[in-house]
Design a protein around this ligand. Structure first.
Ligand SMILES: [Zn+2]
Ligand SMILES: [Zn+2]
Length: 131
């Protein structure tokens, strides 16, 4: 079962819910595999994260989102509908910002991770806003 849970989580994150909440994952797995012990799913999520097969470094409305895209990237988040899109930014641009932040923080910290997100209204939501 554990192997099936693992495969289904990865399939879901790869193909359907690219930035899925914990609930999205639980609901999809229960739908596909029948009644499941949520602890089994949680254990598998932890294992996949430890193996660096999935990450959760973006939140929408304080809700963690999981994804199987583990290459370095940043996010666009729609303020209206919460849609999340990946932004693959050139390392040079990000390093410049990180170095600047390191300058500002140098008396008290060593920065070793950058987690940036950009917000706005996606085109889908913009279409629905009529003034
Ligand atoms: Zn939107
Ligand atoms: Zn992402």
């Amino acid at each position: 079962m554990q192997e099936k849970i693992r495969k289904t989580i990865l399939y879901f994150l790869d193909n359907i819910g690219k930035h899925a909440s914990h609930n999205d994952i639980i609901n999809y797995l229960k739908d596909k595999l029948g009644e499941l012990d949520e602890r089994e799913i949680n254990n598998e999520l932890l294992k996949l994260a430890r193996e660096n097969k999935i990450i959760s470094h973006v939140s929408v409305n304080k809700e963690k989102r999981y994804e199987a895209e583990v290459r370095r990237h940043y996010h666009f988040i729609c303020r209206q509908c919460g849609a999340v899109r990946d932004l693959f930014m050139e390392a040079g641009a990000v390093n410049m910002i990180a170095e600047y932040a390191q300058q500002l923080a140098k008396s008290y910290a060593k920065i070793d991770r950058v987690n940036m997100s950009f917000q706005g209204i996606c085109h889908e939501c913009r279409k629905e806003i009529k003034y």
